[in-house]
Design a protein around this ligand. Structure first.
Ligand code: ATP
Length: 207
């Protein structure tokens, strides 16, 4: 039997609070598929995408334990659009398929709705894949403060990373719902709770 499932996207800039909000949605019993986790899984040793990456970029993009050194690979493709396209040609199809499988597993477990957490929904033109997109927003200043603290990086590095990403205000405008994560956790939880209620109401009118 084919079950119909409603799927929402969850996005936001680095350190905006996507993981935090994903956890809060899970507390509200809405399952979340983590696109980044799937990306790690499908590129882990023993998978065809891992092999293809090593063939294209050489063993110097491997960590001593054989996993892909994502930071190193990231800096290689950051500097070279041709290499970035080559990497995406390897990874995108398998990540998309991994997400599709995870979502259909949730559907066959009987979940009526699910959320896919992915940082680059708008940048990759994937808005149309979802019934609606939820943006987690806290403003650039707080993103910088929070990733400095979380990742133990200097302010200049945090500023550099945040400034290379899509403008958070534009991301918010391009989305259907915005969770303001600039306050404390209790404030964010209250918004997630209210939105979870709204999303549970069948379309249309859930936007
Ligand atoms: P990334 O894009 O790097 O995966 P993210 O969008 O998933 O980041 P989180 O990891 O959820 O963001 O949050 C970034 C950091 O800010 C974490 O250390 C988290 O604990 C902290 N944080 C998140 N929300 C709040 C909040 N409302 N108040 C204070 N700290 C917060």
């Amino acid at each position: 039997m084919i079950r119909f499932m409603r799927v929402f996207g969850l996005t936001g800039g680095i350190g905006s609070g996507k993981t935090t909000v994903a956890r809060l949605f899970q507390e509200e019993k809405i399952p979340v598929v983590d696109a980044d986790g799937i990306s790690r899984e499908v590129t882990s040793p023993g998978n065809p995408a891992h092999e293809a990456i090593v063939r294209r970029f050489g063993p110097e993009v491997l960590l001593p334990d054989g996993r892909i050194d994502r930071k190193k690979l990231g800096s290689i493709v950051f500097a070279d659009p041709g290499k970035r396209a080559a990497l995406e040609a390897i990874t995108h199809p398998v990540i998309t398929e991994g997400i599709r499988k995870a979502v259909s597993a949730l559907a066959s477990e009987g979940h009526p709705i699910a959320i896919v957490e992915a940082a680059l929904i708008h940048e990759k033109g994937r808005r149309g894949t979802f019934e609606a997109v939820i943006d987690v927003h806290c403003g650039r200043r707080l993103q910088v403060e929070r990733i400095m603290r979380r990742d133990g990086i200097p302010r200049e590095e945090a500023l550099r990373i945040v400034s290379t990403q899509m403008d958070p205000e534009e991301k918010a405008r391009a989305s259907d719902h915005v969770i303001d994560n600039s306050g404390d956790l209790a404030q964010t939880r209250a918004q997630v709770r209210a939105l979870a209620e709204k999303l549970r109401r069948p379309a249309p009118g859930n936007r």
